[in-house]
Write a protein that binds this ligand. Structure first.
Ligand SMILES: Cc1ncc(COP(=O)(O)O)c(C=O)c1O
Length: 395
């Protein structure tokens, strides 16, 4: 499968758009939209509720989808909960942990707001939130975690790949330290699963949260890995229909996991689309995804590096990052630049603070930036067009 063939799968690309906002959300191939349409046209029914064949078929597809998505990250199907997105998964864990006054959470100052606000919310209970800072290239030092974890630390929460810097964080090393210190470990995988192979067992994590829409699936579908021993301990934060085995007027007994964590009718078509996206990515293969992204990252970093008034954030080493490149053109408002890129060449990039205000303010000492992020369907010609327009505004 080459880039030309891959591009055929995305009807939206025929409009001439140059889509470089893949960190916010990726495009969706026709294989995924066809799978979603097939559900609505051929076996549209609720799951795990009816004995009739249509419902059985929908239930089978849903259950098979869980197996396929779970195996992508080397999880067992029972350990994978479907939800709406990464944000919801992190909130589910923040609620389920039932933290108490005096407990501490250790995170980093590079987190997306979705892996920060759920922890800041715990402050009303008297929970403290501590931070590890990255260095000027955005690198995290695992030893800083060893030093900062205290007896009160209940959980370490870290992003696998920064949505601003693109850096791949040393999640395995941090995982070893968490095990050694007997501290729970949550990884925000929103930007990792789309770009690099993920093995939750190798990382020694207890929780891993990711979103379908950032890896070719429809919007509104996400997944949360919860290690089995935690599933046995934690109480799901929401409950209701589909999550119980018995109810009386005086109480209820939860069903077994994962359904105990999926109260109410789930996003059935989203789950089916998610698993189709996983199959699609498997066919392309992570080695090809990484190889392609590395080429585009090098081209982008080289081109931006040649413009003196452009400051690029994150590591310069293309092997240690995904193709998520944030930069600032001196003297130019990032929203204005993004508007010009769209108006001139239909180039879609993100501008602003990228849901990571503390990173911009405290570490990068900037208010905002422009982010270009490429994926499997982007080409060298598209990167060249971006660089050409930027070049016209750089001195
Ligand atoms: C690192 C990271 N974490 C969390 C999120 C939130 O993802 P979602 O909006 O799908 O919940 C994002 C989205 O950009 C992200 O990049």
């Amino acid at each position: 499968m080459n880039t030309g063939e891959i591009r055929e799968d995305y009807p939206i690309l025929r409009t001439g758009v140059i889509y470089l906002d893949n960190t916010a959300s990726t495009l969706t191939p026709k294989q995924v939209t066809n799978a979603v349409t097939e559900y609505y046209h051929r076996y549209r029914a609720n799951i795990h509720r009816g004995v009739y064949r249509l419902s059985q078929k929908a239930s089978d597809k849903y259950d098979q989808s869980r197996e396929r998505v779970a195996s992508l990250i080397n999880a067992r199907p029972e350990e994978l909960i479907f939800n709406r997105n990464t944000t919801e998964g992190i909130n589910q864990i923040a609620l389920a942990l039932e933290l108490q006054k005096g407990d501490e959470i250790l995170t980093t100052s590079m987190e997306h707001h979705s892996n920060l606000l759920p922890w800041l919310n715990q402050k009303t209970k008297g929970v403290k939130v501590g931070y590890i800072n990255p260095d000027s290239e955005g690198k995290l030092n695992p030893q800083d975690f060893r030093e900062k974890i205290s007896e009160k630390t209940k959980l370490v929460a870290v992003t696998h790949i920064s949505n601003v810097l693109g850096n791949i964080n040393p999640v395995e090393e941090i995982g070893e330290i968490c095990r050694e210190k007997n501290v729970l470990y949550l990884i925000d995988g929103a930007q990792a699963v789309p770009h690099i192979p993920v093995d939750v067992k190798k990382m020694n994590c207890d929780f891993y949260s990711f979103s379908g829409h950032k890896m070719l699936a429809p919007t509104g579908i996400g997944a949360l890995y919860i290690k089995e021993d935690q599933l046995q301990k934690l109480k799901p934060p929401y409950t209701g229909g589909g999550a119980i085995s018995e109810v009386t007027l005086g109480g209820y007994t939860l069903s077994s996991y994962p359904s105990s964590w999926e109260a109410g009718t789930p996003n059935i078509s989203g789950v089916i689309g998610f698993s189709e996206a996983v199959d699609y990515l498997r066919k392309v293969g992570y080695s090809r995804i990484q190889g392609h992204e590395k080429k585009l990252t090098k081209q982008l970093l080289k081109g931006l590096g040649e413009m003196e008034d452009i400051r690029v954030y994150g590591t310069r080493d293309a092997r240690k990052r995904a193709c998520i490149v944030t930069f600032r053109l001196e003297g130019m408002d990032s929203d204005d630049m993004a508007g010009i890129l769209d108006a001139r060449e239909q180039i879609c990039v993100r501008s602003g603070f990228h849901c990571a205000m503390p990173l911009f303010k405290n570490i990068l000492k900037e208010k905002e930036g422009i982010r270009a992020s490429a994926y499997i369907y982007n080409t060298r010609e598209e990167i060249e067009k971006l660089l050409t327009v930027l070049g016209d505004y750089s001195s």
